[in-house]
Ligand binder design. Structure first.
Ligand code: SF4
Ligand code: F3S
Ligand code: FES
Length: 247
């Protein structure tokens, strides 16, 4: 006799979303609650789409890849920063509160302009390989071999998807607008390790050797705890501090 399948009873989820449209002078920030039936393997991304399709087409939130790669779906999920596309509703209680990431310009509801913040940080720190005098070199001389261990180290730091969760989780970043945060300090370490970048240690430290950089960090560790890519952010910051002390 075949076994009778156990009936899965879906939960009713109550999703409370912080709504606000900063472009509308009459808009006031408020929580709006949506009720929906939980589906198998439902992510917050799926839940938000269902809300937008069946309840309120005006709901604003961002996503591109749905796979934890593009970094656009960061939001505050029950008080903690995280990626909506990588968060399963089964790991959350029936009541779920969603808010936009703080520290970034609000576009509307759950959508924030992390791109503008990341671009500003990137321009300030000049996060590209600086190699002067090679503009006219032929392609063969530009190619350099690299020790596999070093390539691995660089690859590890390049896994950052610029989601902004480390900034939203950092008390310093919430207090100081000019703080470049763990994401910026991670970038500096990445380029400092790169032998193709001809900037000196002193030049790197000029970029981050003050309170908006490495000395603004109070070792609160929220960045590393909340990074969805599990980057060793606190270790990188400690590494930068140690290297600066040696210059
Ligand atoms: Fe996101 Fe981690 Fe990169 Fe910060 S360091 S932006 S938390 S991936
Ligand atoms: Fe902020 Fe991380 Fe430092 S949370 S204070 S950057 S250790
Ligand atoms: Fe790309 Fe979530 S949609 S990381």
């Amino acid at each position: 006799m075949s076994a009778i399948p156990v009936q899965q009873v879906g939960r009713t989820l109550y999703i409370h979303i912080l709504r606000h449209n900063p472009c509308d002078p009459l808009s006031e920030a408020h929580l709006q609650t949506f009720e929906l039936e939980e589906a198998d393997a439902m992510t917050l991304f799926i839940a938000l789409n269902e809300i937008r399709e069946n309840h309120d087409p005006s709901l604003q939130f961002d996503f591109v890849c749905r796979a934890g790669i593009c970094g656009s779906c960061g939001m505050i999920i029950n008080g903690r920063p995280g990626l909506a596309c990588r968060t399963l509703t089964k790991d959350l209680p029936d009541n779920i509160t969603l808010a936009p990431l703080p520290a970034f310009e609000l576009i509307g509801d759950l959508s924030v302009n992390t791109g503008k913040w990341m671009r500003g940080m990137s321009e300030q720190l000049e996060t590209w390989v600086h190699s002067q005098g090679l503009e006219n070199a032929d392609i063969d001389s530009l190619e350099q071999t690299m020790e596999p261990e070093l390539a691995e180290q660089l690859y590890e730091l390049e896994r950052c998807i610029e989601c902004g969760c480390c900034i939203a989780a950092c008390g310093t970043a919430l207090m100081r607008e000019d703080f470049i945060g763990a994401v910026g300090l991670n970038q500096i370490t990445r380029f400092q390790l790169d032998p193709r970048d001809q900037r000196s240690d002193a030049q790197f430290y000029q970029l981050v050797g003050d309170d908006s950089g490495v000395f603004g960090c109070m070792t609160l560790l929220g960045c590393e705890d909340m990074c969805p890519k599990q980057l060793p952010l606190a270790t990188q910051i400690a590494f930068l501090r140690r290297r600066m002390a040696m210059v």
